[in-house]
Design a protein around this ligand. Structure first.
Ligand SMILES: Nc1ncnc2c1ncn2[C@@H]1O[C@H](COP(=O)(O)OP(=O)(O)O)[C@@H](O)[C@H]1O
Ligand SMILES: [Mg+2]
Length: 269
């Protein structure tokens, strides 16, 4: 790139159709270095589908996703390798592995040894193990889970499972972290702590794109917020721009802004 102002993430005209349904309709969005960007919208607006288009789970019907100026191949492991990590709306942890092991799995894209080597403990694995464990423990300390390192993931309370997903995502050393409803199911205290965590992640040099229903969380954190309604981005801007926009107000009419109606569980959520 010839310019230093190229955005970290540059999404241009992404459309995702499922048969007759246009879940994401010509959405463009950028995320710059050091930015925290919000993505809000009613349930079914296409937010998770948009994330799936960014992370290679879906191949967009139209449009392009560029990361650091390069078009991303639509394959999840290549997207992770390129530097984008994510968490899922429906938590996806290895329930019967420990907290530490879950983070080590997230680390495997950045070590020469693969996941099978890690799980099977092949001899060559031991060389990389000490370093990976140290990094994983650092991330657990960073997310406030170090004291639970040896607990099984399934035994963590919900809020801590969400934090563990973030720790695992960070283990791949991302430049951009995508969070899909990170505070869903959290109590107000956990939500405030999650805000601090997102700021701390940004302060480590990781940009963040976050989907959330909790408006206080979004407006406390985000430099800009984009609003999706029926697959289309209807407005993007700062708090005042979004909150005073008539289309946003009418899109949320009948549904309080803080509503957190759970979406239907789907494998891609
Ligand atoms: N794999 C899929 N096949 C068909 N329709 C889908 C698929 N994934 C999502 N959709 C539909 O796309 C729309 C947007 O869903 P989603 O992205 O989950 O919305 P949000 O995350 O904003 O609540 C919904 O109507 C949903 O049913
Ligand atoms: Mg969703």
């Amino acid at each position: 790139m010839t310019t230093t102002t190229a955005p970290l993430l540059d999404v241009t005209g992404v459309t995702m159709r499922f048969g007759g349904l246009t879940a994401v309709n010509d959405v463009s969005l950028t995320v710059g270095e050091g930015e925290i960007i919000g993505l809000i919208g009613p349930n079914g607006a296409g937010k998770t589908t948009f994330f799936n288009c960014l992370t290679g789970l879906y191949v967009p019907t139209e449009g392009a996703v560029r990361y650091r100026g390069t078009v991303l191949p639509p394959k999840p492991h290549l997207v992770t390798q390129a530097g984008i990590a994510r968490t899922f709306q429906n938590i996806r942890l290895f329930a019967n592995m420990t907290v530490l092991e879950n983070v080590l799995v997230g680390r495997h894209t950045r070590t020469r040894e693969g996941i099978f080597s890690a799980i099977l403990r092949l001899p060559r694995y031991h060389h990389a193990e000490a370093e990976s464990r140290e990094k994983a423990m650092e991330l657990l300390a960073f997310t406030g889970l170090a004291h639970k390192a040896d607990h099984l993931a399934r035994n963590l309370p919900y809020g801590e499972q969400r934090k563990l997903e973030i720790a695992r995502a960070l283990a791949s050393d991302p430049g951009l972290l995508l969070l899909d409803e990170p505070t869903a199911g959290m109590n107000p205290q956990e939500t405030r702590a999650a805000e601090e965590l997102v700021f701390a992640i940004r302060d480590q040099g990781v940009s963040v794109l976050v989907i959330e229903h909790d408006m206080r969380f979004i407006f406390n954190l985000c430099d800009r917020t984009a609003v999706l309604v029926q697959g289309q981005k209807i407005v993007e801007g700062d708090r005042a721009t979004v909150q005073n926009d008539e289309r946003v107000i009418s899109a949320y009419l009948g549904a309080p802004l803080e509503s957190t109606t759970p979406a239907a569980p789907e494998d891609t959520q």
